[in-house]
Design a protein around this ligand. Structure first.
Ligand SMILES: Cc1cn([C@H]2C[C@H](O)[C@@H](COP(=O)(O)OP(=O)(O)O[C@H]3O[C@H](C)C(=O)[C@H](O)[C@H]3O)O2)c(=O)[nH]c1=O
Length: 167
């Protein structure tokens, strides 16, 4: 499991609403994804950018992102020299009717909120270890991520990250 996957699972519509399957451990891309954490993140304002973050070493995480309400631009950047996608970035615009995105270990992730009151659910296959968390400055031009909003709202932590350097 070392490439980013779009995960489409069935949903069933009837006159009561929609039943969506969010996770199926039998799905080929998910059978080796063992959930350790499920995080629900509500973001009030459009224009908030969370990331880019990654955890290192034994705390590295694969993450499964799903938009529950609203819209985001999810971006990734490969930081793992051993992956053929090293230094490649990707970007997905996602709303609640879109696929989930599975991002394996070895990628920094971040997302820009494109609608007020956006809800994101994401699962991780590792525990959160603050001392193992690292980040990359959101507008590091070397990442070649074309963010859809130029002056995002950032946490103090996300303002403090540096550019990515290949050491
Ligand atoms: C990620 C995480 C955070 N926290 C605590 C730490 C802080 O007190 C609070 C907010 O954390 P943070 O500011 O890192 O949250 P975001 O800025 O939304 O970042 C998250 O969203 C971006 C897109 C990511 O890819 C990261 O996985 C994740 O860090 O939750 C926990 O207790 N457990 C966790 O797994």
């Amino acid at each position: 499991m070392n490439k980013i996957e779009k995960i489409d699972l069935p949903y069933f519509i009837d006159d009561r609403g929609v039943f969506r399957k969010f996770f199926n451990g039998e799905h080929p891309a998910l059978k080796d994804f063992h959930i350790k954490q499920i995080n629900q993140v509500n973001t009030i304002e459009k224009g908030v950018l969370r990331g880019l973050h990654y955890q290192t070493g034994e705390f590295a995480e694969s993450k499964l992102f799903k938009v529950i309400k609203g819209r985001i631009q999810l971006a990734t950047f490969c930081i793992d020299k051993d992956l053929k996608t090293f230094l490649e970035s990707s970007s997905f615009e996602l709303s609640e009717t879109d696929s989930s995105i599975l991002i394996p270990r070895g990628y920094a992730t971040g997302y820009l909120v494109l609608e007020k009151n956006t809800e994101v659910l994401y699962c991780s296959d590792n525990i959160y270890e603050p001392t193992a968390e690292k980040g990359i400055l959101w507008d590091d031009h070397n990442l070649k991520i074309k963010w859809l909003i130029n002056n995002p709202i950032l946490s103090e932590k996300d303002k403090s990250w540096e550019k990515f350097y290949v050491n």
